[in-house]
Design a binder for this molecule. Structure first.
Ligand code: CTP
Ligand code: MG
Length: 563
């Protein structure tokens, strides 16, 4: 425990150094990749990478020395997948895609065991004796020239560790930052998700050489936490609605093709059924394949056992992909957006407003929309409206999906020139968020991120959030009246709790001393932790008719978040 406290303290020092020169929103966006650049860079990185199962991280030197024969290795990460025992993997990144392909091509199927001999970036490293290696230089005895960049690098922060980190923060502001820092999806998590996409893409590349499997949702929009699911859209061609390459002279040679079915939806369902079988029967690592083909957006769900990842694959949800781009841009526009959203999502998880399975409760995506809307409608807005982004679209930003949905909006953050003059701190914004939704008239008003203001509600749904890209749809149509009412109660509670936390922090003229000395704070729950805890005192206020749930702080982190 003491070493954990010491390590936490060191992390704090590092974090404070990192935070000591707060970047303005403008300087943060300068030089950052656009969404398409981010996606493209990670797709290329996946092409240069392989994943090799090893007996432990100690095999790294031997693996490095063996795999260097195929090309130069830029970096390596170790991670574990925990089943009955930990299974160890190393992700190796080569300098070029050709080198990674050479390593994959050098792979063989295990002659002793039966198995479908499919080529994929997922391999295992067998012992030299089993491979019948001739005597040569002992690979293991030569240290790898570069160390592993991460060890067990795909593991979510320990709950106990997170608790200590948050207790040891200087103030609520820092707690919000630390929660984000310690729970967001890390670089290795993103790499593994792009490898899962590449595996699907490569599996069908014979028939569809231009196929694209594109990650979207929280894996790439900057709002994902460690362990989040991967949303994937599979396209047969690389046309994402931008109409690129339109200036070339059309070829006179035309492919013969199969006829499309007259009903596009049934065709997608048939194709997906077939892909479901292919994934299930042929792709290494893929297991627990489930087909959910009657949903508005038909999906195939599966688990990847070498990546420890749940995946939702769709083929007809390009607006979801562009919605992720909008959220990515919102996150890039101001440094406060993501930390604030992480705290609100954690709060909603802690008080049971969100749930891992879909149902009549609010989803993380709808909740994120509530946060974005709140930031748009402030007197000094922190985010622009989506209409403003649409107005700023240039010809290169035009994106029309095959269903004719217009997903065109200005994509160059620098050119947008949006600068917020809002100076509120994260704790002030958090409190304002809870106060805003305590007052919001969910009964009569709909939330429009396009307009950045509330509109008259077009139907009787309990909660109405206009889908920004398909404006006839309601993102939160699934939310029941009871759940909407519960949200209102919980935001009111949260506002009340947070207000007293902020007050007690300001008791002493020295900021942060209101919750006691640093050592005292390490022993107690304060600030954000009390918000997550939903203390008993909140339930004795007037008009409260919900059953108190005695959630202990240490339990909080064990609840799974809604997908
Ligand atoms: N999406 C959408 N309209 C909806 C639901 C989802 O456009 N009604 C898009 C959003 O871009 C969303 C993505 O589909 O980010 C994936 O949805 P989902 O997995 O439900 O949400 P995530 O944002 O990925 O959050 P989580 O971490 O809970 O998976
Ligand atoms: Mg998701």
């Amino acid at each position: 425990m003491n070493s954990l406290v010491r390590r936490t303290h060191q992390l704090h020092q590092l974090w404070r150094t990192y935070c000591s020169a707060p970047a303005s929103a403008a300087s943060r966006t300068a030089g950052r990749p656009s969404y398409e650049e981010f996606i493209g860079q990670h797709q290329q990185q996946a092409q240069r990478s392989i994943v090799v199962q090893v007996s432990s991280e100690k095999s790294y030197a031997e693996l490095y020395n063996y795999c260097s024969r195929f090309g130069s290795i830029l970096g390596a990460h170790h991670y574990c997948v925990r089943q009955d025992e930990a299974l160890h993997y190393v992700l190796l990144e080569y300098a070029t895609a050709g080198e990674a392909a050479a390593a994959i091509d050098a792979g063989v199927t295990n002659g002793d065991l039966s198995g479908v001999p499919v080529r994929s970036p997922f391999l295992w490293f067998r012992a030299a004796a089993a491979a019948g290696a001739r005597r040569g230089p002992k690979l293991a005895s030569q240290p790898a020239p570069t160390a592993l960049l991460s060890i067990d690098g795909n593991r979510p922060a320990e709950q106990e560790h997170l608790l200590i980190v948050l207790r040891g923060a200087r103030d609520i502001e820092e707690q919000v930052q630390l929660l984000h820092q310690h729970s967001r999806l890390n670089e290795l998590g993103v790499r593994l998700r792009f490898l899962a996409a590449l595996q699907v893409q490569q599996a069908i590349s014979g028939m569809f050489p231009a196929a694209q499997a594109l990650p979207f949702g929280s894996s790439v929009n900057g709002f994902g936490k460690m362990g989040c699911d991967l949303d994937l859209i599979l396209r047969f061609d690389n046309d994402t609605g931008g109409g690129g390459g339109g200036h070339q002279e059309p070829s006179r040679l035309v492919y013969h093709t199969k006829e499309n079915l007259s009903n596009g939806r049934s065709q997608t369902q048939r194709h997906m059924e077939c892909f479901g079988d292919m994934l299930h029967l042929f792709l290494p690592g893929v297991c627990h394949v489930r087909r959910i083909l009657q949903a508005r957006v038909p999906i195939i769900k599966y688990h990847h056992e070498h990546l420890d990842l749940e995946i939702d694959l769709s083929m007809s949800n390009l607006t979801g992909y562009y919605m992720s781009e909008l959220l990515y841009m919102f996150g890039e526009l101001d440094v406060r957006v993501r930390p604030l959203t992480f705290s609100i999502r954690r709060w909603a998880q802690a008080c049971g407003l969100t749930n891992p399975s879909p149902g009549r409760w609010i989803s993380n995506f709808s909740l994120t929309c509530l946060v974005m809307f709140f930031l748009q409608q402030l007197r000094q807005p922190i985010l622009p409206t989506i209409s403003a982004l649409a107005k700023a679209a240039e010809p290169s930003d035009m994106r029309i999906t095959e269903d004719g949905i217009n997903c065109s909006f200005g994509r160059d953050l620098e050119r947008l020139g949006f600068r917020s003059r809002n100076q509120s701190s994260l704790s002030e914004l958090l409190l304002q968020f809870f106060e805003f939704y305590s007052q919001f008239d969910f009964h009569n008003r709909a939330i429009s991120l396009n307009e950045g203001r509330a509109l008259a509600k077009p139907d009787h749904s309990a909660m109405y959030i206009v889908n920004p890209l398909e404006q006839l749809l309601n993102v939160s149509k699934n939310v029941s009246l009871e759940e909407c009412e519960r949200l209102r109660i919980e935001v009111r509670n949260a506002a009340w709790v947070l207000e007293s936390e902020v007050e007690s922090a300001s008791l002493s003229p020295e900021a942060g001393e209101g919750h006691g000395s640093h050592n005292e704070r390490l022993e107690m729950s304060w600030g954000l932790l009390n918000l997550f805890k939903q203390p008993e005192k909140a339930v004795i206020r007037p008009n409260m008719f919900f059953k108190p749930r005695m959630v202990e702080v240490s339990d909080l982190f064990e609840q799974k978040e809604a997908s």
